[in-house]
Write a protein that binds this ligand. Structure first.
Ligand SMILES: *Cc1c(COP(=O)(O)O)cnc(C)c1O
Length: 749
């Protein structure tokens, strides 16, 4: 099969090809087979609008979904070649940033697998977010050059004209096939690209001319918004995305033989966070052009659109100054004003206005007035939205609010990334769990000694595989007899990587005082910081400096290792997740909307060390308190501290247990490894501000982490916890999440 393709493309058999050629042949094979897979049909279609789709590499998943994996693997083996080498040759698409984009990718997989007719719609970024490189113990940003002449992208014969303030541009449509698992047919991820995009505008890393809208719109995801020009560019970019999407939706509605007035009957639109919110006024505008009166158009759009909220950080709820919109999309301004006036007539409260008294346009408020559903992404998150952040809207629209706890696709996060564990499960409970993840619960009955020992052996194998990878790619040696404690997620103060840092400093000082741990400890981090987020970059710097300090200390190095994996992305996650013993989920309670890394790690038998935040709450409910390590203040207490301004980090810093840990940031060894300005800024923040209350939970964190490491030594009992986590993970399948979106919001069938 693959051989025919290599002969046809390169005139060589599999054995004679380079890994790159084998990858290209496998890509061509998948695309050829994918062409024969029928599109999923449905009278009513979903469009999932998102600025990000963090899809990861597509080869393994495509082979699995198309049922080709086994055959291709056998062919490669027979020729003495490995699938892993092909996988390495594939560049990872750089179309997302973190959890929100990865969620969108998991959802596309589940939408297709459940046989629902629904496409993702977004932008095709030339250089994605950025590629992270480390030098001088700091993060440097480079353009991520992931696009190749031959790729998963197909050009669709569709393009749209998009009017912008001062210039008109064109969006060209590309798409990637999204096959459902188990022969369910396929959908598409549809990505618009600016015609005439000019990559020569980019210089010095990821800097570029932010004013040349006609040529820069799709160069980067989330271009730097620390200045006015950058923020304005984001408005242009968002409008470009949704204008293309709206035109596509209306074109396909017409092609299916329906009138514009029937939009809501035949279409569902999910707005993933506020980046696509301008689709609402854009659809009202376009329906108006097609003869639908304003009030009717507004009602139709409201019946079509639904909004997912991903954050309770007020600074992350997008608000654009009216003059930005007047500059970027002047033709949309009258529509937004009319929508605002219409909402104000019904609900005059000032907390409810789309355009507030200072001229800021609130995107989430537009979504809530002119969408029929508002959902949070974990039970606790939705309750907090209703009780505080979005309370005025919950009071006027209680029927719109609902919860959809996030999920992950088990095809990628178990079957593809951890085949040994997949086989272990299937040998015990059959393969029904692949389409009905709730069946994983049956594993709980398999806690016999032989099974537990096998589970430990599988984890050991995954740790060895990660160690091999780290040796090969980074020349870093990991001790596979150590505990692998893993924190992988975007770098943000609320996620509190800095608290983990302070624990490692504590442990280092214990070792220096002669109190050795029972077994060596390895702390693995993966995280990108937003280029303009200074303090996040300072935290990366401190971690990299500490890594060097430990490496260079002969007494500590055998016991304590800190490894920061460069350029964290889906590919790295797929290698780290199966190898984790401990899953660090230590956000400040009430701040993490859901998290999905927590789900990937539990599914792969890691035990969570976490706060009662986001979906951790639901994980704890499902595994039971003996199988998760919880610490820290609860969300209601944290919210009280904020509202009463009652947290003062100086009170905690003054404690004899804490002060030396924070002071260590400015110790001689740290200053030798790093930059006094960056370390000093972090020190200043922790001692004078600490907005995300790192020191509040630090002592409890240290105590519970010590208990966890002690418990790890009873290997069979620990394996029992691993099994309980895997058995309890069924609820967190994105198939369950999508079935709920379908039942409560989309109703495609
Ligand atoms: C799952 C995932 C995330 C989200 O991690 P959280 O711990 O939920 O924040 C971010 N980035 C990548 C590459 C992922 O795979």
């Amino acid at each position: 099969m693959l051989n025919e393709m290599t002969m046809e493309r390169f005139g060589k058999p599999v054995a004679g090809c380079t890994d790159e050629e084998l990858y290209l042949a496998a890509l061509a094979l998948c695309k050829q087979r994918m062409a024969d897979v029928p599109y999923i049909e449905g009278e009513r279609r979903l469009y999932y609008l998102s600025a990000e789709f963090l899809v990861g590499k597509l080869l393994t998943n495509s082979l699995l979904s198309l049922g080709l994996y086994g055959e291709v693997q056998a062919e490669l083996r027979a020729a003495g070649r490995s699938m892993a080498a092909l996988e390495d040759a594939e560049p990872e698409p750089s179309l997302g940033n973190g959890g929100l984009g990865r969620l969108a990718a998991c959802f596309l997989d589940s939408i297709a697998t459940l046989g629902l007719a629904g496409d993702g719609v977004g932008l095709c970024y030339r250089y994605g977010l950025f590629r992270q490189a480390f030098a001088q113990n700091k993060q440097w940003e480079k353009p991520d050059e992931w696009l190749r002449p031959q790729s998963w992208l197909d050009r669709e014969d569709v393009s749209f004209t998009v009017p912008l303030g001062g210039v008109t541009v064109e969006g060209e449509l590309y798409s990637i096939g999204v096959p459902g698992y188990g022969g369910a047919g396929k959908n598409r991820l549809r990505l618009f690209r600016l015609k005439g995009e000019d990559e020569t505008l980019v210089h010095d890393g990821i800097r570029f001319d932010k004013t040349d809208i006609a040529h820069n719109l799709t160069l980067f995801l989330y271009p730097d918004d620390s200045d006015r020009q950058g923020r304005l560019l984001r408005v242009y970019q968002q409008y470009f995305m949704v204008s293309c999407a709206a035109q596509l939706i209306l074109k396909e509605l017409a092609e299916r033989g329906h009138a514009p007035r029937e939009l809501a009957k035949y279409t569902a639109i999910q707005i993933n966070d506020t980046h696509p919110s301008l689709v609402i006024p854009e659809l009202v505008r376009l329906l108006g052009e097609q003869g639908v009166p304003f009030d009717e158009a507004a009602d139709i759009v409201a019946d079509t659109c639904a909004y997912t909220n991903h954050t309770i950080l007020a600074e992350a709820l997008e608000k654009w100054p009216m003059d930005f919109l007047e500059t970027a999309v002047p033709h949309l301004v009258p529509v937004i004003r009319a929508l605002d006036e219409r909402a104000k007539r019904r609900f005059p409260g000032k907390d409810l206005a789309i355009i507030d008294g200072t001229g800021l346009v609130h995107m989430a408020r537009m979504d809530m007035h002119y969408g029929h559903s508002v959902n949070g992404v974990a039970a606790l998150h939705t309750e907090i939205l209703k009780a505080s952040e979005l309370r005025p809207f919950y009071e006027i629209y209680p029927e719109k609010f609902n919860n959809k706890t996030n999920g992950i696709t088990f095809r990628r996060w178990l079957t593809a990334c951890n085949p040994a564990l997949d086989a272990f499960i299937t040998r015990r409970i059959g393969d029904g769990w692949r389409s009905d993840a709730a069946q994983l619960a049956r594993l709980a009955a398999c806690a016999d000694d032989a099974s537990l020992d096998e589970l430990l052996a599988i984890k050991q194998g995954a740790k060895r595989a990660l160690a091999d990878y780290m040796q090969r790619v980074y020349d870093i040696t990991l001790n596979t007899d150590s505990i692998f404690d893993i924190q992988i997620k975007r770098l943000h103060e609320y996620k509190r990587q800095q608290m983990n840092l302070l624990y490692i400093i504590w442990k280092y000082r214990e070792i220096k005082a002669g109190r050795l741990p029972r077994r060596p400890l390895t702390f693995l981090f993966g995280a990108k910081a937003a280029p303009a987020y200074i303090l996040a970059k300072d935290i990366i710097h401190a971690l990299l400096c500490l890594s060097q300090v430990l490496r260079e200390d002969e007494q500590a190095a055998p016991w304590l290792q800190l490894v920061f994996v460069e350029n964290y992305n889906v590919t790295k996650a797929e290698k780290l997740v199966p190898a984790a013993d401990v899953s660090e989920q230590i956000s400040l309670a009430s701040k993490e909307a859901s998290g999905t890394g927590n789900m990937k790690l539990m599914l792969n038998g890691a035990v969570t060390l976490g706060t009662l935040d986001g979906a951790n709450v639901e994980i704890a409910e499902r595994v039971g308190e003996g199988n998760i390590y919880l610490f820290g203040k609860k969300s209601d207490e944290v919210m009280r501290l904020y509202s009463e301004q009652a947290y003062h980090c100086a009170d905690y810093y003054a404690k004899p247990q804490i002060e030396p840990l924070v002071d260590f940031l400015l110790s001689k060894p740290m200053l030798r490894a790093g930059d006094a300005e960056c370390l000093g800024r972090l020190y200043q923040d922790l001692t004078h501000k600490d907005w995300f209350m790192t020191l509040l939970d630090l002592e409890d964190y240290i105590a519970v982490k010590e208990r966890l490491f002690a418990d790890y030594e009873d290997r069979r009992a620990w394996a029992g916890k691993m099994l309980a986590n895997i058995a309890g993970a069924g609820f967190f399948s994105s198939d369950r999440t999508i079935a709920e979106y379908e039942r409560d919001i989309w109703r495609l069938r």
